[in-house]
Design a protein around this ligand. Structure first.
Ligand code: NDP
Ligand code: OXD
Length: 313
C-alpha cells in the first residue's frame, strides 16, 4: 500500500486527514510525519508545510512532494531538498476563491476605513466620516497575476474596482491593465490606489514592499500584503503610514509568525493584522486535490502546479 507522510496542522489533525484521504484515496496509508513505525523506505509521498531540513532527502523511495500551501518556500528552504522530485503546489479551486474573497474584503476595508470604525467602536465613539472615494474611483493594483492574483482581479472587478496587474511575464486578462517586469513597475504603481501583494517569495521579490516602492504610489494609497512576510519591510510600512504616504494597511503575513507580542503592527491605528488566513483551503479540499494529483502521477499524466526551481516559484 503506498504511504503518505503528513506534516500539516500537527499530529492532532491526523484523524481528520485520514478521514478525508479515506474518501478520496482509500488505498493510501496516511501517517503522521513522526510516526516511528513507518520505515523511511516505505514512504512514497509527503504532504508538508515546513519539513525539517534534510528529512526529505532521507526518504529513498519518495516520489512526489506536496506543499500544503500554494507557496512552498518552507520546503525549498531545505538545502538538501531532493530537487529531482516533483514538488506540487497546493491549488484546489477553493484556494483561489478564498483569496479573492480576502482581497475583496481587504480592499473594501481600506476603502471604507474599517480600521478607524473598529477603533471608534472600541472606545464607544460615534464619529461619522465620509470615505473619500468610491470603488470605481480607486484603482487596485495586484502584484502577481498567477492562480491567486488572476482570480482576485476578476472578483475585484465585480465590485466595481478598476484593476491593474503586474507580473514577471506578459499577461492578458479581461478588463485588467497589465504591466510586466521591472521596466513597467513605476507605471503600474503610479495610479494604484490600493496595492495588493500576491507574489511568491523569491530572491527578486524579497523586501519589495519597502520605502522606495511605497514612495511611487499616489499619496494616501492603501496596502494589502497576502504574499509573504519576506516581501515587506515593516518599519518602512509604518513610516509610510505615519507620514501619510499610506493611509492604511492590511497585513496577513509577517517575517516572523506568529507575529511577536511586541510588534508595533499589533496596535498601529492604521494596520489591520490578520493571522495568515487569507486563503486556507479545508483539509478535505486539500486531500481531494492531493488524491487527484497522485492518480495523475500513477497514470503517468503530466502534473500541474509544479514548483520550478529555475524561476524560484
Ligand atoms: P503563482 O505561481 O500562480 O503566481 C505567481 C505570480 O507572481 C505570477 O503571476 C508571476 O509572474 C508573478 N511573479 C513572480 N515573480 C515575479 C517578479 N519577480 N516580478 C513580477 N511578478 C512576479 O502563485 P499563486 O498565485 O498560487 O500564489 C502566489 C503567492 O501567494 C504564494 O507564493 C504565497 O506566497 C502567497 N499565498 C498566500 C496565502 C495566504 O494565506 N496568505 C495563501 C496562498 C498563497 P508570471 O505570471 O509571469 O510567472
Ligand atoms: C499558502 C499560504 O502559501 O497559506 O498557501 O500561505
Amino acid at each position: 500500500m503506498p504511504t503518505i507522510l503528513v506534516k500539516s496542522g500537527g499530529e492532532a489533525a491526523m484523524p481528520e486527514w485520514q478521514r478525508h484521504f479515506a474518501e478520496f484515496a482509500p488505498d493510501l496509508a496516511v501517517r503522521w510525519w513522526d510516526d516511528g513505525a513507518v520505515a523511511p523506505d516505505a514512504v512514497d509521498y509527503v504532504l508538508a508545510w515546513d519539513p525539517e531540513a534534510g528529512r526529505l532527502g532521507g526518504l529513498p523511495n519518495l516520489k512526489v512532494i506536496f506543499g500544503s500551501g500554494a507557496g512552498v518556500d518552507g520546503i525549498t528552504a531545505d538545502p538538501a531538498l531532493p530537487r529531482h522530485l516533483p514538488l506540487v503546489r497546493m491549488a484546489p479551486e477553493g484556494a483561489t476563491q478564498r483569496m479573492g474573497e480576502f482581497v475583496c474584503w481587504a480592499a473594501l476595508s481600506l476603502l471604507k476605513d474599517a480600521r478607524r470604525m473598529a477603533l471608534n467602536q472600541a472606545m464607544a465613539q460615534w464619529q461619522d466620516f465620509e470615505p473619500e472615494r468610491t470603488a470605481a474611483e480607486t484603482p487596485v493594483g495586484i502584484m502577481g497575476l498567477g492562480n491567486m492574483g488572476s482570480r482576485a482581479c476578476a472578483m475585484l472587478q465585480g465590485l466595481g474596482f478598476p484593476v491593474r496587474g503586474w507580473s514577471r511575464t506578459r499577461k492578458d486578462l479581461p478588463g485588467v491593465r497589465c504591466f510586466t517586469g521591472a521596466a513597467e513597475l513605476d507605471d503600474f504603481l503610479s495610479e494604484t490606489r490600493i496595492l495588493v501583494c500576491l507574489l511568491p517569495a523569491t530572491v527578486e521579490t524579497n523586501g519589495i514592499l519597502a520605502a522606495p516602492l511605497l514612495a511611487k504610489l499616489p499619496r494616501g494609497a492603501g496596502l494589502v500584503n497576502a504574499g509573504r512576510g519576506s516581501h515587506q519591510k515593516i518599519e518602512d510600512i509604518i513610516a509610510a503610514l505615519d507620514a501619510g504616504q499610506l493611509s492604511g494597511a492590511v497585513l496577513d503575513v509577517f517575517e516572523k509568525e506568529p507575529l511577536p507580542a511586541g510588534s508595533p503592527a499589533w496596535a498601529h491605528p492604521k494596520i489591520t493584522v490578520t493571522p495568515h488566513v487569507a486563503s486556507l483551503p479545508s483539509r478535505r479540499e486539500r486531500a481531494q486535490y492531493v488524491a487527484r494529483v497522485i492518480a495523475d502521477f500513477t497514470a503517468g499524466r503530466p502534473l500541474a502546479n509544479l514548483y520550478d526551481h529555475a524561476r524560484g516559484y
